[in-house]
Design a protein around this ligand. Structure first.
Ligand code: UGA
Length: 402
C-alpha cells in the first residue's frame, strides 16, 4: 500500500482527489529518501505518529527516527516544524538529538505547530483552522512559519516551544473533558427523567459554555483523545502532580462503553446468549474508517463474550474492522444486518443511519429492539413505529422513566 500509487492510507473525504490534483500539478511528490525530500527545502514538517506506550506515555520512537534522518540528510539551513502531538519538552529534545548526531550540522530551528484537525473533516479543518499556534525559542523562525500560514487566514499565536506543545494536550484533554462531563450528566438525566440532548442545547446557548462537543453518547475513541489524555496524566504524574480530573475523565469514558450492552441485555430480559445483535457502525466516528480505540471493539467483544451472535454494518470501516473483530459477521447493508436480528445498537452516527427506513428495518427484525448509542433518532417517532427503544441520557423519552 503506497500513497505514491494514490492509495490513501486512511479514508478521508476528498483526500484522494486533493492528492491526485496536486501530484498532477507537480506541487506534490512522495519519496522515502530524506535526502531527496530535504533538497532545497526551507522547511521540513515532522508529522509522525506518537502512539501510547504500555504505561500511557507517548512513544517517541518515530519522532526520534525522523530527527535522526533529518540530521543525516541536512546540507543547508532549515526550519523544522513539528506537527506531531508530542510531550512537553520534545522540541528541545529533537534539537538535542540533531546537534549530538551531527555536531557540524547546518543552522536550524525547531518550531512547534500543533495540528488541530479532526478525522472525517480533515481537509476543511486544515484549510480553515480556528487558530495556528507556533512555539519556538527562535522568534524569527516562528515568524517565518507564521508567514507560511498566512493563506489559511487563522488567528496566529506565537509563544515558546513548551507552551505550544502544552496547548495541544490541554485542548484535547479539555474536549475529552467536555464529552465525559456531558456523559456524566446523561447518566444523571436518565435517573431523574431529564433529556440530555435538550440539556446540552440549553447549556450551549451560553456563549461561555458553547454547544460543541456536548453530544452524549458512547464516549470518545480514536487515535487522539485516548492517547493524549493518558499521556498528559503521565506527564503530570512524572512531575509528582495528581491529575484527578484527567483520571475521572478517563474512568467516565470507560464506563460509557458498558451502557449499550447493559441496556440491550435489560431489553432482552437479561439474556444476550444466542441472540443476534447488529452493530450499526464500527468506526470511532463517522466519515472515517479509523478503528483505533473505537467503542465498537469493546461493545462487540463484550457481546461475544456473553454468547451473542454479532453482526455489523459500517459504510466504510468493515474492511479494517474485519481483522480486529474476526468473529463479527460483516453485512452488505443495514437492512441485511437487521434480517432476523434480536436487537440493533447504533454505535456510529453515519448520515446513512439517520435516513434509514426504520419501518422496513422493524419488519426485518426478529424483535424490534433498538439501542441508540448516539441519540440520533426521535424517541417518540421510533416508539410509534413499534420499537422498544433506549438511548443515552434521555430520561423521559429515551429511557421510559415516565
Ligand atoms: C480530535 C480533536 O477534535 C482535534 O482537534 C485534534 O486535532 C485531533 O483529535 C488530534 O489530536 O489529532 P478526532 O479524534 O479526529 O479529533 O475526532 P473528534 O471529532 O474530536 O472526535 C473524537 C471522539 O469524541 C469520537 O469518538 C467522537 O465520537 C467523540 N465525540 C465527539 C463525542 O462523543 N461527543 C461529542 O460531542 C464530540
Amino acid at each position: 500500500m503506497c500513497i505514491r500509487d494514490r492509495i490513501m492510507p486512511i479514508y478521508e473525504i476528498g483526500l484522494e482527489e486533493l492528492v491526485a490534483r496536486n501530484v498532477k500539478a507537480e506541487r506534490l511528490s512522495f519519496t522515502t529518501s530524506y535526502k531527496d525530500a530535504l533538497k532545497e527545502a526551507e522547511y521540513v514538517f515532522i508529522c509522525v505518529g506518537t502512539p501510547s506506550d504500555v504505561d500511557g506515555q507517548a512513544d517517541l520512537r518515530y519522532v526520534r527516527m525522523a530527527a535522526e534522518s533529518i540530521a543525516d540528510a541536512m546540507d543547508h539551513p532549515i526550519i523544522i516544524i513539528n506537527k506531531s502531538t508530542v510531550p512537553v519538552g520534545t522540541g528541545d529534545w529533537v534539537a538535542d538529538i540533531i546537534r549530538r548526531r551531527r555536531p557540524d550540522v547546518p543552522e536550524f530551528a525547531v518550531v512547534s505547530c500543533p495540528e488541530f484537525l479532526r478525522e472525517g473533516s480533515a481537509i476543511a479543518d486544515f484549510m480553515s483552522p480556528d487558530r495556528t499556534v507556533l512555539g519556538s525559542t527562535d522568534r524569527e523562525a516562528a515568524e517565518k512559519v507564521a508567514q507560511l500560514h498566512l493563506p489559511l487566514r487563522s488567528s496566529i499565536m506565537i509563544t515558546d516551544l513548551r507552551t505550544a506543545e502544552m496547548i495541544k494536550y490541554a485542548s484535547n484533554a479539555f474536549l475529552a473533558t467536555k464529552i465525559s462531563f456531558i456523559n456524566e450528566i446523561a447518566n444523571v438525566c436518565e435517573a431523574l427523567g431529564a433529556d440530555v440532548k435538550e440539556v446540552a442545547y440549553g447549556m450551549g446557548l451560553d456563549k461561555r459554555i458553547g454547544r460543541h462537543f456536548l453530544d452524549a453518547g458512547l464516549g470518545w475513541g480514536g487515535s487522539c483523545f485516548p492517547k493524549d489524555v493518558k499521556a498528559l496524566a503521565y506527564m503530570a504524574e512524572t512531575e509528582g502532580r495528581h491529575p484527578h480530573l484527567l483520571h475521572a475523565v478517563m474512568d467516565i469514558n470507560a464506563d460509557q462503553r458498558d451502557a449499550p450492552v447493559r441496556k440491550v441485555k435489560e431489553m432482552l430480559d437479561g439474556k444476550v446468549k444466542g441472540k443476534v445483535i447488529g452493530l450499526m457502525g464500527l468506526a470511532f466516528k463517522p466519515n472515517t474508517d479509523d478503528m483505533r480505540d473505537a467503542p465498537s471493539i469493546d461493545i462487540a467483544r463484550r457481546l461475544l463474550r456473553e454468547g451473542a451472535k454479532v453482526r455489523a454494518y459500517d459504510p466504510v470501516a468493515m474492511e479494517v474492522a474485519r481483522n480486529i473483530l474476526p468473529e463479527v459477521e460483516m453485512t452488505g447493508s443495514a437492512y441485511d444486518m437487521a434480517k432476523g436480528a434480536d436487537a440493533l445498537i447504533l454505535i456510529t452516527e453515519w448520515n446513512e443511519f439517520k435516513h434509514l427506513d426504520l419501518g422496513r428495518i422493524k419488519t426485518l427484525m426478529n424483535q424490534p429492539i433498538l439501542m441508540d448509542g448516539r441519540n440520533v433518532y426521535d424517541p417518540a417517532a421510533v416508539r410509534q413505529l413499534g420499537f422498544e427503544y433506549r438511548a443515552i441520557g434521555r430520561g423521559y423519552d429515551g429511557e421510559g422513566v415516565e
